[in-house]
Design a protein around this ligand. Structure first.
Ligand code: PRT
Ligand code: ZN
Length: 283
C-alpha cells in the first residue's frame, strides 16, 4: 500500500502535542529536531516537519496527504481541504482588542480605523460581513505592541490566556473565531483506508483522554443507587469482594462532570475510590 505523508509543525506551539498524539496512536518514529522528515517503522507513514503556515497548501496540493494545523491558519490561507478530526489542543480565539483607554466599543466603531494583524484575510471577511471598512495593517509578529506605538487603533490577534493583551494595556472587545488544532486531508482523502485507520486510532486516544477509569467499593445495599449514577462504556462491571456483602464496581467517568460524579458517588456510599487514566477506548 502507498506510504502516507502527514505534515506537522516542526517547532512551535503545536509540535509537541502533535508528536505526542501520533506516538499515543502507537506510531513508532524518531523525532530528531534537525530532520525534516521521519519514517514510521510500524505504519506506512512518513512525517514531514514544516512551518505551520505551509501545511494547508502542502495538503491541498497533495505534497502531504494529511496534516495537523490550527483552524486559524486554514481559514487565513483559504485552502480547499477536508476537515477530518478536531484534536482538542492548540485552543485559542481570534479577537479584536483595543487600548484600555479606547472609546471603540463595537464593530461599527472600527469604521476608518487602523487595525494591525497577522490574519488580514479572516479580519477582512469579518469586517465585510459587518459592512465596516477599516485600514488593515498586516504585520507578521508582535501585533500587540502596535497600539502602544501609535501604529494602529486596534489589533486582531490570537488570544489564549489573555495575558499578552493585559500586559500591553489592551482589552478584547469582540471574539471573531475560535480555533483548535485539526487533522486535515486532501479533498477526498477521507476515503483512503490508511487515513481511516489513523482517524480511528486518533479518536480512541481522544475518547480515552476525556474519561477516567474508576474502581470503587460499596456495600451491596447501596449498589442500586450507585449504579444509577454510572453510565460506563456499556454498564459497570461488578465483582464481589472477599468481605461478605461488599462489591467492587469498575466503570469509566467523563472528565467533564468528574468531581460532581465522585461527590455523588461518595454520598451514595462509595468507598476506596481509585481513579486511573485510560490509554485508549476502542468501540
Ligand atoms: O514557526 P511556525 O510558523 O510553524 O509557528 P508560528 O510561530 O507561526 O505559530 P505558533 O507556534 O506560535 O502557533 C501555532 C498555532 O498555535 C497557532 O496557529 C494557533 O492555532 C495555536 N495557538 C494557540 C496560538 C496560541 N494558542 C497563542 N496564544 N498561537 C499563538 N499564540 C500567541 C498569540 O499570537 C499572542 O502573541 O500567544 C500570544 C497570546 O497568548 P496569551 O496566552 O498571552 O493570550
Ligand atoms: Zn507560522
Amino acid at each position: 500500500m502507498k506510504t502516507l505523508k502527514i505534515a506537522i509543525q516542526k517547532s512551535g506551539r503545536l509540535n509537541e502535542k502533535s508528536v505526542e498524539l501520533l506516538k499515543n496512536c502507537g506510531l513508532s518514529f524518531e523525532n530528531y529536531k534537525s530532520s525534516l522528515i521521519s519514517s514510521v517503522s510500524n505504519f506506512p507513514l512518513e512525517i514531514l516537519f514544516l512551518r505551520d503556515d505551509d501545511i494547508p497548501e502542502y495538503v491541498q496540493d497533495g505534497i502531504a496527504d494529511i496534516g495537523i494545523v490550527g483552524e486559524n491558519v486554514i481559514a487565513e490561507k483559504g485552502v480547499e481541504v477536508s476537515f477530518l478530526q478536531h484534536l482538542g489542543f492548540g485552543k485559542c480565539t481570534l479577537k479584536l482588542a483595543v487600548k484600555n483607554s479606547s472609546e471603540i466599543e463595537n464593530v461599527k466603531d472600527l469604521e476608518g480605523k487602523a487595525i494591525a494583524t497577522s490574519y488580514p484575510v479572516i479580519l477582512k471577511q469579518f469586517l465585510n460581513q459587518n459592512q465596516v471598512t477599516a485600514d488593515i495593517r498586516t504585520i507578521s509578529g508582535s501585533v500587540e505592541i502596535s497600539p502602544g506605538l501609535g501604529l494602529s487603533d486596534a489589533i486582531f490577534d490570537i488570544v489564549s490566556t489573555g495575558g499578552t493583551l493585559k500586559s500591553n494595556g489592551l482589552k478584547p472587545f469582540i471574539d471573531v473565531m475560535s480555533s483548535q488544532a485539526i487533522l486535515i486531508g486532501r479533498k477526498g482523502s477521507e476515503n483512503n483506508e490508511l487515513i481511516q485507520e489513523l482517524i480511528q486510532r486518533i479518536q480512541s486516544v481522544l475518547r480515552a483522554r476525556e474519561t477516567k477509569y474508576v474502581v470503587l467499593n460499596a456495600e451491596i445495599k447501596n449498589l442500586d443507587e450507585i449504579v444509577k449514577l454510572l453510565p460506563g462504556v456499556k454498564s459497570p462491571t461488578i465483582v464481589p469482594l472477599a468481605e461478605e456483602g461488599w462489591v467492587a464496581i469498575h466503570t469509566v467517568i467523563s472528565e467533564r462532570d468528574f468531581w460532581e460524579k465522585i461527590n455523588l458517588l461518595k454520598s451514595a456510599g462509595a468507598q476506596g475510590i481509585v481513579v486511573m487514566p485510560i490509554e485508549k477506548i476502542i468501540f
